[in-house]
Design a protein around this ligand. Structure first.
Ligand code: ADP
Length: 488
């Protein structure tokens, strides 16, 4: 195709505007990387209260367009950032989006999330018509955008502006599917025949993600490993059958890392920069990290094992709890940075005083400290139960902080088992989700740490890895082209 491929992203969050998780990083970054490889991308997002209150001035590009909720027409405006050439467009309807949070409060999800996001999905057609934007591909993210492929197939067949659009659905975390009671089905504006086993029905509930999986031309997830795992009962959250039926159209494309933010050579948030060939700065960062966590200076030569994480069951804190007492009898230090579930806050607050100078805990979301940890620690632990992609292990590799990870999803795809005999590998992996398997991997890592030459080799291997966005963007572009050229 001689002209640029036109892609519309539909998503519920994007940095720097609104973020609850890794989805926002991808939606906020990938469009720029796609532009670099030659696509024209626009991104459609809800205009949340947090964006409205933010500093970015906006320009209204369309007023009084009409979206739908069931059979009812509801008006909305479209805004775009006033400065620069940002590809973001926001759907403004305060009734749905002018709230303090994106999806709900700590007390629970907003009661009308089905209404909010079915309305949001319905705006794709009027927005494209108004902007005169005829997408070749509509790339939808997670359950919040999953109705778009359904509407394209079942409601918008006659719409000329969308008549060449192929659809891609990216699943960032299968645990979130957009489940709603059957009684709300009429609000989707779809025929009841679609409330069926090969439609949006799931154990007598509405499952929006399932609708997206069934109706999209292609489905992607954020690593090859996770794309295989989600087709099994262990990781499929009940969706394994549907995903198996779409196996031929299901692809794994690893997320990229924003190396402008995460490179030890030019990180402005750490006391000393360093590189593969000039590692001296890493020791300075280690000293600063020990100070930040009040660790025992006598242990300066011992390794620091680190975790930065949402404190959630997914991340394997039960395994950490099981190995921690034995681990801390050895000459080493452990630092943890995280926020999340209350039970983990309590547990960590209880443990820290038992190991003064050896176990450092900070319950916070602190980006600068996260950078210092990546730069100053020796090992990074991710014993995740499942991990669609994972970013921290990729940051760790770049900072020469050797990952000790469970061989699941994106972790298995990005960390290569160290082999002392050949000097190959970048980290330490274990398979079984058991304390014994985790402890064994930790012991292998601690043994390797004692051999300076071997450890140095590992650091070099790790720091040589490249998970930049260009690779991911090219993979997405190839997939778009396959779809558009009708080969899939
Ligand atoms: P997930 O998206 O499942 O939370 P990832 O590893 O993919 O896990 O991404 C987590 C991102 O959030 C990383 O950039 C990580 O550094 C950051 N992060 C998580 N918890 C904290 C925290 N407490 N403080 C600072 N950054 C954090």
């Amino acid at each position: 195709m001689a002209r640029k491929l036109r892609v519309l992203f539909v998503a519920s969050e994007a940095v720097p505007f609104a973020k609850t998780g890794g989805l926002a990083d991808i939606v906020g970054t990938l469009p720029y990387a796609l532009k670099e490889v030659g696509a024209e991308v626009k991104v459609l997002l809800p205009y949340y209260g947090v964006i409205k209150q933010g500093k970015a001035p906006m320009t209204t590009v369309a007023e009084n367009l009409e979206g739908r909720l069931g059979a009812t027409g509801l008006t909305f405006d479209v805004l775009t950032p006033a400065s620069g050439d940002a590809p973001f467009y926001f759907v403004e309807r305060d009734e749905f989006f002018e709230r303090s949070q994106l999806y709900g409060t700590p007390k629970g999800d907003y009661f009308d999330n089905l209404e909010r996001f079915s309305f949001f999905c319905s705006t794709v057609l009027p927005v494209c018509q108004n902007l005169g934007f005829q997408p070749d591909v509509i790339h939808c993210h997670d359950w919040q955008a999953s109705l778009v492929p359904v509407y394209l197939r079942h409601r918008w067949q006659g719409a000329e502006i969308l008549n060449r659009a192929k659809t891609v659905l990216t699943i960032h975390n299968l645990a979130y599917q957009g489940l709603f009671p059957k009684g709300k089905f009429p609000l989707l504006g779809l025929d009841w025949s679609l409330f069926s086993i090969d439609g949006l029905e799931y154990y007598d509930q509405i499952n929006l993600l399932k609708g997206g999986i069934v109706c999209s031309d292609a489905i992607t997830t954020v690593s090859v490993g996770y794309s295989k795992e989600i087709q099994t009962p262990e990781y499929g959250y009940g969706m394994e059958g549907v995903l198996q039926s779409r196996a031929a159209d299901l692809h794994g494309i690893l997320n990229g890392v924003d190396y402008q933010d995460w490179s030890p050579e030019n990180d402005t948030l750490i006391p000393a920069t360093f590189s593969k060939s000039k590692l001296a700065g890493k020791a300075k960062n280690k000293a600063a990290l020990m100070e930040a966590y009040n660790l025992d200076p006598k242990l300066a030569k011992a390794p620091i094992l680190a975790m930065i994480s949402r404190l959630a069951d997914q991340k394997g804190f039960d395994l950490l709890a099981a190995v921690l007492p034995e681990l801390l009898t050895q000459d080493l230090m452990v630092v943890i940075l995280g926020t999340g579930e209350e039970k983990y806050h309590r547990w960590l607050a209880q443990e820290a005083p038992k190991y003064p100078g050896k176990l450092g805990v900070k319950i916070a979301f602190d980006n600068a400290l996260a950078h210092l940890i990546e730069a100053g620690a020796d090992m990074f632990l991710m014993p995740s139960r499942y991990e669609p992609c994972g970013l921290n292990q990729m940051y760790s590799l770049k900072y020469g902080t050797i990952p000790v990870v469970r061989a699941t999803g994106g972790l298995a795809d990005t960390v290569e088992q160290a082999d002392p005999a050949t000097g190959t590998g970048t980290g330490f992996l274990f398979s079984d989700y058991t304390p014994e398997a985790f402890a064994k991997a930790l012991q292998a890592a601690l043994k390797a740490f004692k051999n300076q030459k071997q450890w140095r080799g590992l650091i070099e291997n790790a720091m040589s890895q490249d998970f930049s966005w260009e690779r991911s963007a090219s993979a997405y572009l190839n997939l778009y082209k396959l779809l558009v050229e009708g080969e899939r």
